[in-house]
Design a binder for this molecule. Sequence first.
Ligand SMILES: NC(=O)c1ccc[n+]([C@@H]2O[C@H](COP(=O)([O-])OP(=O)(O)OC[C@H]3O[C@@H](n4cnc5c(N)ncnc54)[C@H](OP(=O)(O)O)[C@@H]3O)[C@@H](O)[C@H]2O)c1
Length: 289
Amino acid sequence: MIGAPGQFGSDLMRVMAAWAPVGLGHADVEVADAAQVLARLEAVAPDAVVTCAAFHRVDECERRPEEAFRVNALGARNVAAACARLRALCVYVSTDYVFGGEQDRPYAETDPPGPVNVYGTSKLAGEFLVAATAPRWLVVRVASVFGVAGARGKGGNFVETMIAKARAGERLRVVDDLVMSPTYAADAAAVVAALIRGGHLGVIHAANAGACTWFEFAAAIFRELGWDVPLERGRSSDAAPATRRPRNAALASPRLAALGLAPPAWQDALRRYLVARGHLPGVVGADRG
Ligand SMILES: NC(=O)c1ccc[n+]([C@@H]2O[C@H](COP(=O)([O-])OP(=O)(O)OC[C@H]3O[C@@H](n4cnc5c(N)ncnc54)[C@H](OP(=O)(O)O)[C@@H]3O)[C@@H](O)[C@H]2O)c1
C-alpha cells in the first residue's frame, strides 16, 4: 500500500489487515522516483499494489501543474510500471474530479471524463497511464472523502472542519452550488478489498450512494449532532481566485450495483463516521470490524 498513513490508506490497511499488507508512507517511497518505486516494491514482492499517493490540494494543483502531473500522473505510471515488472495487480485511487460536471445525472463508469481543472486532468492522466502500463489494473474513483484519520494533504476532512468551526463559533458559509457524493473511507476501503478479492478489473466508482451539495452535507452533520448551527449558503464563485470545479460530480456505480457491492447511502455513512470519531454515542467498534 502506497500512501498507507493517509486518510484512505489507513482504512484500507485496516480492512485488508488479514492479508498482512505492507504500508509505505511518503518517507518510505516517492512515487515520482521510478527507480525508488521499483526498488521498494521489489523488496516487498506484492501480489497487488494499491496507491493512494496524490497531490490533491485542488487550488495548489492549479498553481503548480508540474507538481500535480509529477505525482498524480507520472507517479501513477511509475507504480504501474513496477507492477508490470512484478506481475502485480495495480490499484489506482482516483477521483470524481475527472468529470466535467455539466451532466444532469450522476456519472457512471461508462460516462466520458472531461476534467475542468489541473487536479482532475492530472488524475485522469494517471488513470490512462495506469491502464496503458499495467497488464492488470483497477481504477477506483472516490469523492469528497471523510475518514477517521483525516486527509494528510488537506489537513483533516470537511466533517471535522465544520465541527471545529462551529465549536469556535465561526460564521459558516458553505457552497450550495456544487453537487458531490460523499465517500466514507471505511466503506470505500471495504469495496476495494472486495474488488481485489473478486478479481475485478477496470474502472469502478466507490462513493456512498446519493449526492448532495456541500451546504446540504454541512446541514446533515449538524442535524445528526443535534446542534443548532446557523449556516449561510455560499457559491463556488465566492472564493477568489476560484478554481473551476465540476458543478455536478455525483457518482453512480452500475458496476458495483451489479456486483452487489454498492456502499450504503452517505447519510448512513455519516452517522457511522460520527460514532466512530466519538462525536456521537454508539456501540464502540461497531464500524471498525
Ligand atoms: N480526500 C478527498 O476528498 C479525495 C477525493 C477524491 C479522491 N481522492 C483520492 O483519494 C486518494 C487518497 O486521498 P486521502 O484523502 O487519503 O489523502 P491523504 O490523507 O493526503 O493521503 C495521501 C497519502 O499519500 C502520500 N503521498 C503524497 N504524495 C506522495 C508522493 N509524491 N509519493 C509518495 N507518497 C505520497 C501522503 O504522504 P504525506 O502526507 O506524508 O505527503 C499520504 O500518506 C488520493 O489518490 C486522492 O486523489 C481523495
